[in-house]
Design a protein around this ligand. Structure first.
Ligand code: SAH
Ligand code: DHB
Ligand code: MG
Length: 220
């Protein structure tokens, strides 16, 4: 690394270093990423280090029921579902039937198909049909609906439920309105400002996926 290396390149290199030190080779996750690429899915899964972070959060929470909004090819789904006990369950909402089909194949290959229920369709149609409580909710779909997703996550939670929302910084673009996705996340932050039902924070992150961040909340 030279002094002239662009910051993003350093973030990427450090993520590679951390992955090498902390994340053992994982053929199942590697196969999922390969299948995603083969199917032409956008490479917007959480990074390996972020995925392991979600896994550890679920373990720390002792999660037995997990809800995910935004499946893509199931990379984060695999990390989260692997944190479940044998009788644990994960429900994941995915708009695109094509993405859901890739996720199904990846979850089958991971040996997790029996524990994961993929609900295909707009999450706003699925969420009202779900019964809680969930112990952990990961929100990672269309950011336009983040305020509604947060509301559903709280409603479907119980005291102590962990809520994580991905992509809440977007390279700093969260500061400016104008983009529908950023505006959606800004509405979520505005809701959090007067939300008594959760205690929340947000962390900025850098790494292989650039400069972004997530919200971490706990239902009171
Ligand atoms: N959590 C995944 C990445 C999800 S990418 C991972 O880290 O591996 C966001 C996903 O949300 C995409 O697959 C997209 O099709 C889906 N999505 C977009 N709008 C949606 C909606 N209204 N309801 C459910 N899923 C939606
Ligand atoms: C995008 C979506 C994500 O969930 C993510 O983690 C990164 C990028 C996107 O839509 O560009
Ligand atoms: Mg995301």
């Amino acid at each position: 690394m030279s002094d002239s290396t662009a910051p993003g390149e350093v973030w990427r290199e450090v993520d590679r270093y951390l992955e090498g030190a902390l994340l053992p080779e994982d053929p199942v996750l590697a196969a999922a990423l390969a299948r995603n690429a083969e199917a032409g899915l956008p490479p917007i899964d959480v990074s390996p280090a972020q995925g392991r972070f979600l896994h550890l959060l679920a373990r720390l929470a002792g999660a037995r029921r997990i809800l995910e909004i935004g499946t893509l090819g199931g990379y984060s789904t695999i990390e989260l579902a692997r944190a479940l006990p044998a009788d644990g369950r994960l429900v994941t909402c995915e708009y695109s039937p094509e993405h859901a089909a890739v996720a199904r194949a990846n979850l089958e290959h991971a040996g997790l198909a029996d524990q994961v229920d993929i609900r295909v369709g707009p999450a706003l149609d699925t969420l009202p049909t779900l019964e809680g409580p969930f112990d952990l909710v990961f929100v990672d779909a269309d950011k336009q609906n983040n305020a509604a997703y947060l509301d559903h996550a709280i409603r479907l939670g119980r005291p102590g439920t962990v809520i994580v929302v991905d992509n809440v910084v977007r390279g700093g673009r969260i500061l400016a309105g104008g983009d529908p996705q950023v505006d959606g996340t800004r509405r979520m932050f505005a809701a959090l400002e007067r939300e008594d039902r959760v205690q929340a924070t947000a962390l900025q992150t850098v790494g292989a996926k650039g400069y972004d961040g997530f919200v971490l909340a706990r239902v009171r």
